[in-house]
Design a protein around this ligand. Structure first.
Ligand SMILES: [Zn+2]
Length: 589
């Protein structure tokens, strides 16, 4: 995908009014030379959020959230870099230019734009057909019978596809789309004879599946009545639509999720409609699949707490463990709402009301805890082999929780109690995380970010990754900052090795990348890709990034320090770093 020109990004950056942008999310007051306010990223009563309007940077002394104008939009709106750039360009009236595209890339982009326009046209057509045709009367009755208001159905652009074989095909052709394009967009298909094309969706309630910005990529379609075919029919995997990445309602839930810091993942379309109608507007659906890594990454961009209101028995334990690890790596908190057996969120919100559902959400437990409890509850305690099996499973789950955390201690105690083994014996068998993977202890002050103690922040890893990418994107200045970093600033040996590689092949880190150490190669790759998306950072931005890692380094040392005088010394150093951050934030405002 072509990038926006550096010049576009510079003009955009000049055009942004930082006080206005941040002021739209939190009230700012001028204190001395800088602007402060309550942090939009964490709950607080006294302002620790600071804005440097001149350099257009923000930093929170409480939760360490930080960045520039684009980063602010990424984090508050749950958008990626490119989307955030487009958001700001809209808001401040800046025209963006794409880098010179090669002709092939340009024609791919044009084709994609045409297919997206076609899909949007289809969504509009189905939408008006639902409300205006006599044929759709039964569908309207059915939806009303499920308790959905016209307002909520219109907000999600729910529609109806005519039962005729070719309405979409004929209409789109008249508007200048080819049969091939209709097929590529997943709206038409060919019969067995391989020649005649016909509409894929007929006589069905249509749920448009959009990306985070509301662009329709495909459809989910529910059969009405006794027609042929499966009850639910979706767009097949194609050049636009990828099932594993899709979440129904993400475009509509995104802003609310970014604001509340929480996103609720449910099973189906009607769960999403019911929850939104009940005022729980941060709900999205995975539509009957197991939660994929890509989906988790998507929801994780929208909010840092992901609440699953799914049938937990359906998703395998292995998949949930993988999800837990990924969540942790991304600094996400994964929680599970316990649902009454055989009830889905749509039913629950009807029977217990929005308040009842909210209460259950408040009681949602961290994923690992949920899994451990389930293992303990299901354990066959009467036989030694049953107990051994449960012990093995519990150990494996608990190994995913960082050591020396209250959560881990509590789980060990609970499991030991229930399985009637000494806690120490249970602990001893748990694989240490050092050998389990590249993840490392947290960096941020957990109390400030996550009162529940569950977000043990792979926040560190994310901050390190972001810093390495900024350096790589910032030429000579970036190289200097990369050099000034020491091994101690990085929370894992893998990040240390990645830094060494970046330094030795700064100009083209991917060219000489060895695959001997896959974890290092993956990180370098990740950083290099992120760097390509970035614009060069300003000196104050790099300085803030560096100080942030310095702060995390000191905090790690404080946690490891075992005598008071050392701790005092470190606390002094921490104070020093904070003062310097303060200066960077206020120096030119
Ligand atoms: Zn904060």
């Amino acid at each position: 995908m072509a990038l926006y020109t550096r010049d576009s990004i510079e003009r955009l950056r000049d055009a942004v009014d930082m006080a206005d942008l941040v002021g739209s999310k939190t009230d700012l007051r001028r204190v001395g030379s800088r602007l402060t306010g309550l942090c939009p990223f964490h709950d607080e009563r006294t302002p620790s959020f600071s804005v440097n309007a001149q350099d257009k940077l923000f930093y929170c002394f409480g939760c360490h959230a930080k960045g520039d104008a684009i980063g602010f939009v990424e984090q508050t709106e749950g958008l990626d870099f490119r989307e955030a750039v487009e958001f700001l360009a809209d808001r401040y009236g800046v025209e963006l230019e794409l880098e010179n595209e090669d002709p092939q890339a340009e024609s791919r982009r044009r084709r994609r734009e045409r297919l997206l326009a076609l899909l949007d046209r289809a969504a509009r057509f189905y939408d008006s057909y639902l409300w205006e045709s006599t044929e759709a009367a039964r569908a309207r009755d059915y939806l009303a019978g499920r308790g959905f208001s016209e307002e909520i159905l219109r907000r999600f652009r729910v529609g109806y596809s005519p039962s005729a074989w070719d309405r979409m095909l004929l209409g789109a052709r008249q508007s200048g789309y080819s049969e091939e394009e209709l097929m590529a967009a997943g709206l038409a298909q060919r019969g067995r004879d391989g020649r005649s094309a016909y509409d894929r969706f007929r006589g069905r309630i249509m749920f448009p599946l959009a990306d985070g910005r509301g662009r329709v990529l495909g459809f989910g379609a529910r059969q009405m009545g006794e027609g042929r075919g499966p009850k639910y029919l979706n767009t097949s995997e194609n050049e636009i639509y990828h099932k594993g990445r899709q979440l129904f309602g993400l475009d509509i839930a995104r802003a609310e999720a970014a604001k509340s810091g929480r996103i609720v993942v449910v099973e189906g379309y009607t769960d999403v409609l019911a929850l939104h109608q009940a005022g729980i507007r941060e709900a999205v659906a995975i539509m009957g699949t197991a939660l994929t890594q890509e989906q988790l990454a998507e929801v994780g961009r929208a909010a840092s707490t992901v609440v699953l209101a799914l049938d937990a028995d359906r998703s395998g334990q292995e998949a949930m463990l993988r999800a837990s690890r990924l969540a942790e790596e991304r600094g996400l908190e994964l929680r599970v709402v316990e649902m009454p057996e055989g009830t889905d969120p749509a039913e629950l919100v009807i029977s217990a009301g929005a308040k009842g559902f909210q209460e259950r959400m408040e009681r949602a437990v961290p994923m690992i805890e949920f899994q451990v409890r389930r293992v303990l509850a299901d354990a066959d305690l009467d036989t030694p082999s049953g107990r051994d099996k449960a012990l093995g499973e519990a150990r494996k789950l608990i190994s995913a929780v960082p050591e020396r955390t209250a959560t881990r201690d509590a789980l060990v105690r609970e499991a030991a109690d229930r399985l009637d083994v000494p806690a120490a014996a249970l602990s001893a068998g748990i694989r240490s995380r050092a050998s389990a993977g590249p993840a490392a202890p947290a960096g941020a002050e957990p109390a400030a970010v996550a009162p529940t103690g569950a977000s043990f922040g792979e926040a560190s890893l994310a901050a390190e990754r972001a810093f390495l990418a900024s350096c790589l994107a910032s030429g000579e200045l970036g190289r200097e900052y990369l050099e000034s970093l020491s091994e101690e600033h990085l929370s894992s040996p893998i990040a240390g090795a990645a830094r060494a590689h970046l330094l030795s092949s700064f100009d083209d880190p991917l060219a000489s990348l060895s695959e001997d150490e896959p974890a290092v190669a993956a990180l370098v790759n990740n950083v290099a890709m992120a760097a390509q998306e970035r614009h060069p950072a300003t000196e104050p931005a790099l300085r803030m990034d560096f100080l942030n890692l310095e702060l995390r380094r000191i905090e790690r040392e404080i946690r490891r320090a075992d005598d008071d005088s050392r701790r005092m010394e470190l606390a002094g150093a921490r104070q020093q770093v904070r003062r310097e951050m303060d200066q960077v934030m206020g120096q030119t405002a």
